[in-house]
Design a protein around this ligand. Sequence first.
Ligand SMILES: C[S@@+](CC[C@H](N)C(=O)[O-])C[C@H]1O[C@@H](n2cnc3c(N)ncnc32)[C@H](O)[C@@H]1O
Length: 419
Amino acid sequence: MQLSTTRLGHAVHALIDILPLNHPADASLSRYFRNNHELGPKDRAFVAETVYAVLRRKRLLEHLAAPHTSPRHLILALLAKVQGLSLRELEPLLHKEENEWLKQVKAVPTDNLPLAVRVDFPDWLTERLVERMPEEEILALARGMQHSAPLDLRVNTVRANRDEVLAILKRDGIPAEATPFSPVGVRIMEKPAINRHPLFLTGKIEVQDEGSQLLGYLVAPKRGEMIADFCAGAGGKTLLLGALMHSQGRIYAFDVSEKRLTQLKPRLKRSGLSNLHPQLISNENDIKIKRLAGKLDRVLVDAPCSGLGTLRRNPDLKWRQKPQDIEELTQKQAAILTAAARLVKVGGRLVYATCSILEEENERIVEAFLATHPEFELRAASEVLAQQNIPLDTGKYFKLAPHLHGTDGFFAAVMERKS
Ligand SMILES: C[S@@+](CC[C@H](N)C(=O)[O-])C[C@H]1O[C@@H](n2cnc3c(N)ncnc32)[C@H](O)[C@@H]1O
């Protein structure tokens, strides 16, 4: 993409808005674009890619650019050292004194840096990963998180099938392929404005990471069942569950966020599903839930979490999350799982999922739950997927990571209530 002083200036100003990190980066960036509506699609793409690349490698860039760590210095260090642009290419954009400094940046050795700088994680996160993974694996995980994510789509099987969608995308010059694991997934390596495409407008596709799609296959609801998506949010997984049920039966989509449930409404309308019942709850013990105790066939708990599995899309999270936030989240996760479990009938299924890579939000929550709820037993996630002809074996738990599966980082445990 062509560099210009104007584009660079916008990237710097957008980064100035984002870097206090008081708000999610995507929200700060959208506000910047709203306030600078003269920017065309290519300018926006440059600004977005550049500021996200800085967020991914912030720690390394601060090291390279020191003692200058202003947003402009970080961006120049990114372009020169991480993206490998030559000083000749950058020269027209540089202030006089930056030339000499950038030469020094280029010469900074990057071997033998501390692990936390190489992986570009905060110390507290690096320390937690070191406790349970060899260094090579942490490096591979970090590298996987440092690329931007492809655009994954889910075919809404109530309205279309995957071959038809692939053929239409091909006809329209959008290179796409079937995802390797999800039977309803389509992967696009480019970033077209898919939400203006007729396939999207007519509800034949939704945007959804392949890993998130696979969670629906762990729940595996059947036609006519009664199920709940306990933390439904804007309905990414609820809509897939509805399609897996062929729009028959009943899905309660609970959430404590009115805003998110409101975002579900237009998606629901596009989807053509008629078996979804969004319900705002005040907390996990809301009276509306109590009447369903022991009645549901399946319950999905897609718990609020640190989101550290989604660093490809939200690299700011690694700088915004603090150990104390994780502590608070784990208490919430345990409370929600316990409350949601009460709805599951004998013989029914409970799926606990997060998009985190931290053991304390994942295995430890499930193990503590199983220790105090002997009426539930774990089912191997790989078996549940194999029954649906999805050949993905990550052991008893479902665990995905970008460097291994090309998806965001996900965790899930499938439990069943013994008869
Ligand atoms: C990981 S997000 C869910 C994403 C959603 N399932 C999807 O696929 O798009 C977690 C959700 O949990 C909701 N939440 C937080 N506390 C809750 C509670 N006590 N009971 C139910 N939902 C809660 C949040 O509002 C948020 O929407």
